[in-house]
Design a protein around this ligand. Structure first.
Ligand code: TXA
Ligand code: MG
Length: 315
């Protein structure tokens, strides 16, 4: 069921049941992070392998401190700047966080989402919420309550409807090696914004050889329609006679019906492009196309996270 009643969500979560929750990045499939039963249910409903750990969500920094053993200086600066926000920090976990949440890792991923409804929900709970993106494993993350309902509606009792996600890209995941910050997943908080606060950061390029973080696996966030990256104007001629979908940054192309094209941002605004990306990918994926051709954005600002998702959809 889709609804806007925070009390219903609170009751279900207190009873170890799952609720899909809105955040500014993407919708999450949430359960009590301290309940092994709720955590197991998240893995089951998402069809997610046990080796892929979950992010925990709270509403206040003092609560973050309850679940982690230490926070490096740069982590504190980032928390001050971007909590709440589209950022997740990897920090050494306390024993109260079940191993099932972190897939056995000593680190737990923590985030304070910047969404009023979910902040209110979290403030009513005395436990954090474990929440992966509310999509079946490997598919595109949901950015509306309807997206969640389409795929998981039959499997969960409640979807809290907080409207369309403002950012539309998953959080940027940041870990630490000693005092150095490392970006493990590019996301809805731009690298440039992070570097303004803590100086230059290292970015881990994703690797298929590390199954411990499938968000970083090469093929992920993928539509069912075949998907290629390249210059749409050049590639359309290679697929003559096929039903083609286009994802482009600013401009449509002449050879393809306009309903089969997603223009991410006519004005070239990266935030708008990010906001439109996943909903656009889902829409095209529902049109029974033979092929989707997507163009990469300039590798700056949120263009980096958008390109990362496009490349993985095409892998
Ligand atoms: O914006 C987001 O981050 C959304 C919303 C719902 O908060 N959540 C999300 O969760 O994207 P998920 O599970 O789809 O992606 C989380 C990524 C996964 O790739 C996982 O491997 C990584 O975070 N991760 C979680 N805990 C980790 C840990 N302890 N160590 C390393 N990676 C971790
Ligand atoms: Mg996900």
């Amino acid at each position: 069921m889709i609804g806007k009643d925070i009390k219903t969500a609170v009751e279900l979560l207190k009873n170890e049941q799952l609720v899909a929750i809105p955040t500014e990045t993407v919708y999450g499939l949430a359960g009590n992070a301290l309940s092994s039963r709720a955590v197991m249910e998240i893995f089951r409903v998402k069809n997610r392998p046990q080796f892929d750990p979950l992010i925990i969500h709270t509403d206040r920094f003092t609560k973050v401190e309850k679940y982690v053993r230490s926070i490096p200086q740069k982590g504190r600066l980032l928390a001050e700047a971007f909590m709440p926000g589209s950022m997740t920090l990897l920090l050494p976990k306390k024993d109260s966080i079940p191993d099932a949440v972190t897939s056995g890792s000593d680190l737990v991923a923590v985030r304070i989402p910047n969404h009023q409804m979910t902040l209110e929900l979290l403030s009513e709970l005395d436990f954090p919420l474990a929440a992966p993106s509310a999509n079946p494993f490997g598919y595109i993350s949901p950015t509306t309550a309807q997206h969640v309902d389409n795929q998981l509606g039959m499997k969960i009792p409640y979807i809290l409807d907080g409207g369309q996600c403002r950012v539309g890209l998953e959080s940027t995941i940041i870990g630490f090696e000693g005092e150095e910050a490392i970006i493990f997943r590019k996301g809805g908080l731009a690298v440039e914004a992070i570097e303004e606060v803590i100086g230059e950061v290292k970015i881990m390029t994703h690797s298929t050889s590390n199954p411990k973080s499938p968000g970083r696996l090469k093929s992920h966030y993928a539509p069912k329609t075949p998907f290629v990256i390249g210059n749409p104007n050049e590639l359309v001629s290679e697929y003559l006679g096929k039903k083609i979908g286009i994802i482009s940054f600013k401009k449509s192309i002449d050879q393809v019906p306009i309903e089969q094209q997603i223009i991410l941002s006519k004005s070239g605004d990266y935030a708008e492009a990010g906001h439109n990306l996943f909903a656009g990918m889902r829409r095209l994926d529902g049109l029974n196309l033979d092929i989707i051709i997507a163009e990469l954005l300039p590798e700056k600002d949120l263009g980096r996270a958008i390109n990362d998702r496009l490349k993985r959809a095409g892998a």
